[in-house]
Design a protein around this ligand. Sequence first.
Ligand code: HEC
Ligand code: HEC
Ligand code: HEC
Ligand code: HEC
Length: 175
Amino acid sequence: MACHSPTFPASQKRAFGVSRIRLAGGTPNSARRCENAISGGVVKVNKLITVLVGFFVLMTTGAALAQQAPKTPNILKGSPMGAVKFDHTSHLKVAPKCETCHHASKPEKPLKSPQEACTDCHTHPATPPVTTSVQGAFHNPTATAGLCIDCHKRENGAGKAAPTKCTECHQKANG
Ligand code: HEC
Ligand code: HEC
Ligand code: HEC
Ligand code: HEC
């Protein structure tokens, strides 16, 4: 059965884009109509490829726009005991997931970017509506527990040498 055979069901003609060919002209069952049907298909595939390529480009640019972990250490200032130097590069080996430290957006004060600086929201003293101070964001008043110290203790138990004493993190030399 030829594609332009009068017995070809209407639904299938539509599926192959044959109904469009009628508009493109040519006498019924002519070779020209078959060619049109084929080139119509090629145009459709090209369109599909264009859409797919466009989507791919969008996805890769989206990834490039996403925040990267800083390559140079972040200096967290505030404590009179001295600033704390935090290095992403050494930490991403033990904590590869950003969410380990950068918590999800909270309704009280939504994030402006996925890894916004903690100190934008956690201040000394705490700035409403946020209730957790900068110290509270990192450790308890005696620095026996908290995001950084809990992991350091655990890792030291496994033979690492991560700082747990005040002056190992807070150093005047850091600024
Ligand atoms: C072990 C904890 C930890 C992990 C894991 C971590 N970060 Fe961070 N990140 C921090 C701390 C602490 C800061 C400093 C925040 C400040 O200055 O208030 C920071 C700061 C940043 C900043 C700078 C924010 C600014 O505006 O100054 C970016 C960007 C960032 N992190 C991205 C990432 C990405 C991407 C990942 C995952 C690949 C990641 N971080 C994983 C702890 C972490
Ligand atoms: C856009 C603002 C914002 C940023 C940026 C932010 N936080 Fe928070 N954080 C909050 C809010 C809101 C809460 C909810 C409790 C409150 O009001 O303090 C919270 C709570 C916390 C708590 C208390 C435990 C909990 O989950 O309720 C810790 C610890 C904490 N944040 C640590 C951090 C650290 C570490 C960073 C940076 C890596 C950070 N936060 C970045 C707004 C923020
Ligand atoms: C998931 C575990 C983990 C978390 C969370 C973590 N650390 Fe560490 N940190 C380590 C380990 C392990 C080391 C030891 C590095 C080594 O031996 O390679 C370390 C080392 C350090 C050092 C020594 C210098 C260096 O970079 O190696 C500092 C300073 C430090 N961490 C600060 C922090 C601060 C500040 C936080 C919280 C914002 C934090 N860490 C959160 C695991 C962690
Ligand atoms: C693993 C690293 C680490 C250790 C160990 C540590 N701190 Fe901190 N501490 C931080 C970070 C990070 C901050 C947030 C940055 C800042 O405020 O300086 C902070 C904040 C503070 C603040 C709040 C400063 C302010 O601006 O309000 C005080 C006070 C403080 N620490 C005291 C201590 C004391 C006392 C000890 C020892 C008993 C200690 N810290 C041990 C990492 C550490």
